[in-house]
Design a protein around this ligand. Structure first.
Ligand code: BGC
Length: 380
């Protein structure tokens, strides 16, 4: 019997009924292979449309599932936690057969996930790990620790302390740097920061890098909800509080292109990037088109490219495995403990993009066109 027929039934009754009909363990695999893909719905919950990457993620996942004949219930939550909880609840009531979720706050969906488990709906955490719940069946993401290592390495390369091949660079420092991290409620923010700090530590210890503000703990440098404006404000405050003595900031570790653009605006407003006042080395992540243009124009130094098309593909492979009564195939079963259990994961590699890499990595692969790079706007 199709789940959709139960839609009118109240939430609790629905959960009980489904648990009784499918007879499988909590979450996990729910064999729907006897049903046509067109009778199956995949709920896809994305955090926000303010960042291009999540728009691209939603679009890719939807297209790939629809190509296989599945129905897709795609929702964006406007970076609002109650909205996301409500949207996931609604997906369950509307009869989702699998859920793919990129959480805003990794700890805020436990009750929705319990309802999903009661209804035997497998849950795939998409890029961001959902924490503190046993009801996460699979995780698809990138190697997030390596993202942080790559960002810090790009900072070292930009400053000339290290060469791209890892050998010692021509510069010795000391260089003044400032650190930024993502939203503390996003598990990834911690992985990025740890990877970066492990890489920067020897240089900080040796004194070739100096964090002049002394703000080096993630709690001091995190930007709630990854907001560009908040990053701009923090950079402005740092310039006022720590660089009002004619000293200059030489580099900024930024974990996401949106934050990098806020940081760059603050730096430009303070006169950096004009004449002899060089723009500091600013890192990034996601290869957002506005930032790729900034890299092409020599303003932002680098970004980390994570091919969201490949991530979407892995999410679809995992969803199909669950729908055919199998388990999705992980390539990592150690790294991602969500506080309750280690979630089997499929992790994709990442690539650092400096100016010279834009063509081979982003244009030749069809991620952005040459025209989009030169205008800094996605054609949609
Ligand atoms: C993602 C990053 C993204 C950030 C802000 C993280 O969870 O892994 O790719 O830059 O969220 O949207």
């Amino acid at each position: 019997m199709s789940r959709r027929l139960w839609t009118a039934v109240g939430g609790a009754l629905l959960a009980l009924s489904l648990a009784a009909c499918s007879g499988e363990g909590a979450g996990g695999s729910a064999d729907r292979s006897k049903e046509k893909p067109s009778d199956l719905t995949i709920g896809v919950s994305m955090p926000t449309q303010t960042s291009e990457r999540w728009i691209a993620d939603g679009k890719s996942v939807k297209e790939k599932l629809e190509q296989k004949g599945y129905k897709v219930d795609l929702q964006y939550a406007g970076d609002d936690i109650p909205t996301q909880s409500q949207q996931v609840d609604q997906m369950i009531t509307r009869g989702a057969d699998v859920l793919i979720i990129a959480a805003i706050d990794g700890t805020a969906l436990s009750s929705q996930l319990q309802t999903a488990a009661n209804a035997k709906i497998p849950v795939i955490a998409y890029d961001r790990l959902i924490r503190d719940s046993p009801n996460v069946d699979f995780y698809v993401s990138f190697d997030n620790y390596k993202v942080g290592v790559a960002q810090a390495t790009a900072l070292l390369v930009g400053l000339g302390l290290q060469n791209k091949d890892g050998s010692k660079g021509t510069e010795a420092g000391p260089f003044n740097i400032e650190l930024f991290a993502g939203s503390l409620d996003d598990n990834n923010a911690h992985f990025f920061f740890n990877g970066a700090m492990d890489t920067l530590k020897p240089f900080l210890d040796a004194g070739s890098l100096v964090v002049k503000s002394r703000q080096t703990r993630i709690e001091q440098v995190a930007i709630l909800r990854w907001q560009q404006e908040t990053a701009q404000k923090r950079m402005e405050d740092l310039l006022t509080s720590s660089y009002n003595d004619k000293s200059r900031v030489d580099g900024v570790l930024s974990p996401y292109d949106g934050l990098s653009r806020g940081i760059i605006t603050a730096l430009q407003n303070a006169g950096y990037g004009t004449g002899a006042n060089k723009m500091p080395v600013v890192t990034g992540q996601d290869a957002e088109i506005a930032s790729v243009k900034l890299i092409n124009d020599g303003i932002q130094s680098s970004t980390i490219f994570k091919d969201t098309r490949l991530l979407a593909e892995q999410a679809v492979i995992a969803a199909e495995a669950f729908l055919t009564g199998k388990s999705a195939e992980p390539n990592d079963t150690k790294t991602y403990n969500n506080g309750v259990k280690v979630v089997p994961s499929y992790l994709l590699p990442v690539q650092t993009v400096y100016k010279d890499d834009i063509k081979p990595a982003l244009i030749d692969s069809g991620y952005w066109t040459a025209e989009e790079v030169s205008t800094g706007r996605a054609k949609s």
